[in-house]
Design a protein around this ligand. Structure first.
Ligand code: AHR
Length: 500
């Protein structure tokens, strides 16, 4: 059995977790919108066509912000097509996914839906095949009270009050050659600066997100961030990162070590943001918006068979297994460890498309990755403590990787402490221990374990509980020292609270 010692001190803090770290993403893609969140003919739909069974599962995840409407889709998006009387809305081809978009669910419906789902919209503007004017007009339509053409148009459409959308993405993955209207870093940086400037003139209270790289492995990574920020530093508040991983070679050790690469990605982007800050002699700090992250590879082959120009065919319907859930836990812990700089993060995506929630005509169910997201979103709010882990390491294709990932979150207000721990060892149990004597009066309230003997186990509509967390882990606290034995390849949430 390997041993790990976790060192923390409640005064050594990384920073506060911004709730938006537990955001997600809904794109007009596949069955995310149609048959996912919106299906007027479903027995589960409310009077607006919103699926209530799906909303119930989303609420359990406590997702504070949802990016919309894309994704690659946004680079061909004409927001005007998605508002107004539904019978007058055009069906258009969507070049991003070679499908037809009916526009029967649009901007205003999404805002209504976010209210019902207890979340808020993070809106993306099209800086692919459109530009400053369309970006200006959509902010006017959404955020101005009235008295101007586009704000009055919204009122005419039936939405008297502004939507007050606070966070705006300036395009999507503009470094990607697959993007409609793909640009060089300089071209994009200039456009982001001018669009951002104009949008903030319309509504000075908004925040903007510039596109960083679509992955750490992009050939333009690094130079892209530097050039873009040199052009638009003063007009933006966040820089985006996107990253997906897959276990294509069935090397689970390497797959679970992807968090090493994710951590490296975040650290490098922080360095570039701060280098530009220094070059500009600026006092402003750019924060990070990791607004697409997940496992994505299972559906790659089947998606090659899709007939073009159909409406919302199943696309990117990855069926997640247990090891994917472990990596999702690891990725979330990696985000938490950078809570001082990563302020927004979006699990991509939320329903049917590379998603924790799947739907059919007969119901909605939770994929394996639902559970780590739910547990960490629910219990990972508060102050992140610097958690030093002394543990053996292994060689992976991403470099030297620890067998254990762990981080602790302290919530002073609720007098609670949560220990998240992922044992990546595929063969052996792991003994963990940590000195928590500084948390006087605290007791363990529960120890939840996510484990399955089969790394490839999945949940389906017929067997939705194959992979689920269980309480009753073996953590114990003795004279202020916490100890637990973690089974091989398992994820743990140990919660402590002050007992008065
Ligand atoms: O989330 C799926 C796609 O992945 C998004 O549309 C795009 O931004 C990324 O490449």
């Amino acid at each position: 059995m390997k041993k790990a010692v976790l060192h923390v001190n409640k005064h050594f803090q990384v920073g506060e977790v911004d709730d938006r770290l537990y955001g997600s993403f809904i794109e007009h893609l596949g069955r995310a919108v149609y048959e996912g969140i919106y299906e007027p003919t479903s027995p589960f739909a409310d009077e607006h066509g919103f699926r209530e069974d799906v909303i119930k599962l989303i609420k359990q995840l406590d997702v504070p912000i949802i990016r919309y409407p894309g994704g690659n889709f946004v680079s061909g998006y004409r927001w005007e097509d998605s508002v107004g009387p539904k019978d007058a809305r055009p069906s258009k081809i969507d070049l991003a996914w070679s499908v037809i978009e009916s526009n029967q669910f649009g901007l205003n419906e999404f805002i209504d839906w976010t209210k019902k789902a207890d979340t808020e919209c993070m809106m993306a503007v099209n800086l692919g095949n459109r530009g400053i004017e369309a970006a200006k007009n959509i902010v006017e339509y959404c955020n101005i009270q009235g008295g101007s053409y586009y704000s009055d148009l919204r009122r005419k459409h039936g939405w008297e009050e502004p939507h007050h959308i606070k966070t705006w993405c300036l395009g999507n993955e503009m470094d990607g050659p697959w993007q409609e209207g793909h640009k060089t870093a300089y071209e994009y940086g200039r456009l982001a600066a001018e669009a951002g400037r104009v949008m903030k003139k319309v509504d000075p209270s908004i925040e903007t997100v510039a596109c960083g790289s679509s992955a750490l492995t992009m050939p333009t990574f690094g130079a892209w961030e530097d050039t873009v920020l040199m052009e638009c530093y003063d007009q933006v508040d966040y820089l985006s990162l996107h990253q997906y991983y897959g276990n294509r070679d069935n090397q689970t050790g390497d797959f679970l070590a992807s968090t090493v690469a994710m951590d490296e990605f975040i650290q490098k982007v922080i360095s570039i943001c701060d280098a530009v800050k220094a070059k500009k002699r600026s006092h402003k700090t750019i924060h990070l918006s990791f607004d697409e992250w997940n496992v994505w590879y299972h559906s790659n082959e089947q998606d090659k068979q899709i007939q073009p120009w159909t409406q919302h065919p199943p696309q990117l319907e990855d069926i997640y297994n247990f090891e994917d859930a472990l990596l999702v836990a690891g990725m979330m812990m990696t985000l938490i460890k950078h809570a001082d700089r990563v302020k927004v993060a979006c699990l991509a995506q939320l329903v049917n498309v590379i998603a924790p929630i799947m739907t059919s005509k007969t119901g909605a169910w939770k994929q394996t990755i639902y559970y780590p997201f739910e547990l960490i979103s629910r219990y990972g709010r508060g102050t992140v403590l610097w958690t030093e882990v002394a543990v053996p390491r292994y060689e992976s294709k991403h470099g030297d990787a620890p067998y254990l990932d762990s981080v602790m979150v302290f919530n002073e207000e609720h007098e609670s402490l949560t220990v998240f721990a992922l044992n990546k060892d595929l063969e052996e149990e792991m003994h963990i221990s940590t000195d928590l004597r500084q948390f006087e009066g605290y007791q363990i309230t529960d120890h939840t374990v996510l484990y399955h003997h089969d790394l490839k186990a999945i949940n389906t509509e017929d067997a939705p509980n194959e992979v689920t967390p269980r309480t009753g882990g073996n953590a114990k606290l003795d004279a202020g020292f916490l100890e637990a034995v973690l089974p091989k390849h398992s994820f743990h949430v140990v919660r402590l609270a002050k007992v008065n």
